[in-house]
Design a protein. Sequence first.
Length: 102
Amino acid sequence: MPAFKTLSAAEAEKLISQSSPIILDCRKVNDYREGHIDNAMLVHEQLRDSMLKKGDKQKALLIYCYHGHTSEHLAEMFCEFGFKQVYSLAGGYAGWKEHHKL
């Protein structure tokens, strides 16, 4: 059983409004530039490695990708490094866009 939790777009929206999580977008740079969740950071290898080594393990992380599969792998990695509040967005950015009718 994964140590991270999968959230629907509605649950993620609530998390964002209540907890101000660090939001990580693990899609390709061109897709990020075309649209992303507000305040999301594009995950690249250096950012990921820096966060794994020095990140605040108590801070909530919301991770998303295209459809929710890649983000689960990254969420699991953060959990393995001791992060306590890790969330993956079910349906990824596609689900987020559908929920928000973008």
